[in-house]
Structures are given as C-alpha cells and as structure tokens.
Write a protein that binds this ligand. Structure first.
Ligand SMILES: [Zn+2]
Length: 355
C-alpha cells in the first residue's frame, strides 16, 4: 500500500494530525529535534508519534505508531513497567515499519480526549521553570481549563501524575520543568487551543549580541569542538543575563538527554583545552555544549542534529527569563534519574542513527 492510500484509509483526522505535526514540528519555539509528540485516538487505536522521529518530518516519512489503547490503559492502571516502552501494545499489522512508540505514550493514553498535542513550547518552559510558576500560570490559564502539575520524570511517573490530576474539563496542562499539553476532540479545535495558549503565555525575549566568530574559531582550533549552528544557542553565552541564569542549573529533561547534565561554561579568558581539563578534574565527560562568556556556544563534533536543536532551545528559554525571577532548576536527583534512564539512552541512540 502506498503512503497516500494508507493515510486516506486511516481517515481525515489522522491526515490532519500529520499536517499539524509537520507545522508545529517546524517551529523551534514549539518543538526542538525529536522532542514533543502528537496523538489521535480512533477505533480503539492510539496513533502516537514514534520514538526518535521528528514531528517536522511527519509529511515525508511515517512517524505515527498504532497502539492498542484498552490493554495499554489496563497496564497503566496496574502500574505495569512494560507500559513505559509500550512496545508490546503496538498493533503490529498496522505498523509495517516496525516503529517503536514515544516514551511519552502513556501520557497520551491516560487523557481521554481524541487529540493530544505535547510540545516543548519555549514560553511555557520559561514559566514552568519558575518557583512561583504554578500561581502565575493558574492566573493565566484557569479559565480555559488549565492545570499545572509538578515535575515528574517523563514516562510512567508523569502519566500517573496526570491521570490523578486531570479532570474531565482539563484542556491545558503545564508540566513543571518540561512543557505543555493541550487536548481536544478534533485536530482543528486542538490546534486553535494550542495557538491560544501560546499567545496567553507570551513572554518578551531579550535580543542578544552577535556571536564572536573569530574568538570562537580560535578557541576551537585543533579541538573536537565547532561553533553551534543556531543563533539562539550562541545567545545563551553572548547575553550575560542568560549566561547568569544558565549557571543556575539544568532546567528540563531534553537538555540532559541531548546535551548532558549541567551546563558547562568557560571562565573568562580560559582556553578550551584548560576548560576541558577542568571538566575532567571535576569528573565530567567532555561536555557536549560549552558556553563561552560573551563570545558564543561551542558544540562537540559528531553529536546528532537533535543536540543543535536543543542547544537553540536553551538560548530561546533563557532569553525569556530575567535574573530577578526565582528560577527552579531540576534537583540533582531529578537530573540523575534522567541521565541514568535506559529509555532515554535508547532515544539518544536513535537520534544518532537518524543522522
Ligand atoms: Zn516532553
């Protein structure tokens, strides 16, 4: 069966979801790399984005996996660890590519709505990393059925938390130090709700000085590092207010998955070689991302494209935070939980393979 005939036989809503996925996946203020996921429930099947695939590629290649919803929900109710990967609930006859469901499949399953969109929306993340974010978000979102849930590790713990907290009228969920979920009964309605939510959560972004290309090239010479590709990644280091906030700690899980725990920065006038020796003395692996104060950002060579996208996200989030706000980074235990998580290691290996 060709891709087009398969899509038409699966119905208009799935086709609309694929179009929407490609659109939101191409907006770096909503989705970075393989992050975020979308789903549709139809005829007892949960169509969910496959692990490691990019929403931005939704029109070019199959990215949706069919998962049998009823047995998955029974497994979630029993807190069965097998539902975290959800592979055993895939409807194999509808999955000729052998795709593996997103690690966030359970989050989509526990919400009763037909359409679920989960984005790593930059403005939402900026609110969601504030110690007083809950109160500020309630003020902005309560009248549209918005709720705030505290941080839980993505996967089964987060899905269980949402299962407890979401009420029948819940339409918008902000997940602390993570991102946004919006739900609805059609793709069009849910897309409109996403736009409305993002508008309500808008935060001004500071503009940052340009990267210092000559200084960065000098630092990288003969090293395993190169200049970051995205202007927003450089802004984390050229905007000294952003840099000051970055030093407070790791803000959300995808940063750890693709760029490691913590944010490594050179000291003023420190060479890259000296910085890397200092990292080694601290027991760190060569950091995937190095911020050079006032100059810009360096990325370790050979990292997957997802790392570039996630480095850009950091700059976009930091530019929307101010040094006077109470920032709440992930705790050491929360960082370790992601860094040592097998499912995330699988996702990293997929990202490497996809490049
Ligand atoms: Zn997520």
């Amino acid at each position: 069966m060709t891709m087009m005939s398969r899509i038409s036989s699966q119905g208009r809503e799935l086709s609309a979801l694929i179009d929407l996925s490609a659109r939101i996946g191409s907006d770096p203020l909503l989705i970075q790399g393989p992050g975020g996921n979308t789903s549709l429930k139809e005829d007892g099947i949960l169509w969910i984005k496959a692990s490691g695939t990019w929403l931005s590629q939704a029109r070019e290649r199959p990215i949706m996996v069919p998962v049998r919803l009823a047995p998955l929900l029974r497994a979630i109710a029993q807190n069965d660890p097998n539902c975290e990967s959800a592979v055993e609930f895939v409807s194999a006859d509808l999955n000729p590519q052998g795709l593996r469901p997103s690690i966030e499949t359970t989050l989509h399953a526990v919400l009763p709505n037909k359409v679920v969109l989960h984005v790593h929306c930059v403005v939402t993340i900026a609110w969601a990393v504030l110690a007083d974010g809950e109160q500020k978000l309630q003020e902005r979102l309560w009248d549209m059925g918005g709720i705030y849930v505290p941080y839980a590790r993505p996967g089964l713990p987060l899905a269980q938390l949402i299962r407890e907290r979401a009420a029948p009228g819940t339409k918008v969920i902000v997940m602390a130090n993570h991102g946004l979920v919006v739900v609805g009964e059609s793709v069009g309605e849910t897309a409109a709700l996403l736009d409305d939510t993002v508008t309500r959560l808008r935060r001004p972004a500071r503009s940052a000085p340009e990267r210092d290309m000559q200084a960065l090239l000098r630092l990288c010479e003969g090293s395993d590092y190169r200049l970051a590709g995205l202007a927003s990644a450089h802004s984390s280091a050229t905007d000294l207010e952003s840099l000051e906030i970055a030093a407070k700690g790791t803000l959300y899980p995808d940063h750890i998955v693709f760029l490691g725990a913590g944010i490594f920065m050179l000291a003023d006038d420190e060479s890259l070689a000296d910085g890397l020796r200092r990292a080694m003395r601290l027991g760190l692996k060569p950091p995937p991302l190095v911020l050079v104060p006032g100059k810009g950002a360096l990325i370790r060579k050979g990292l997957p494209a997802a790392a570039e996208a996630v480095a850009g996200c950091l700059g976009d989030v930091l530019a929307r935070l101010s040094r006077d706000e109470p920032i709440r980074p992930l705790t050491g235990a929360q960082v370790d939980e992601i860094a040592n998580w097998d499912a995330e290691k699988y996702r990293q290996s997929l990202a490497r393979r996809a490049d």
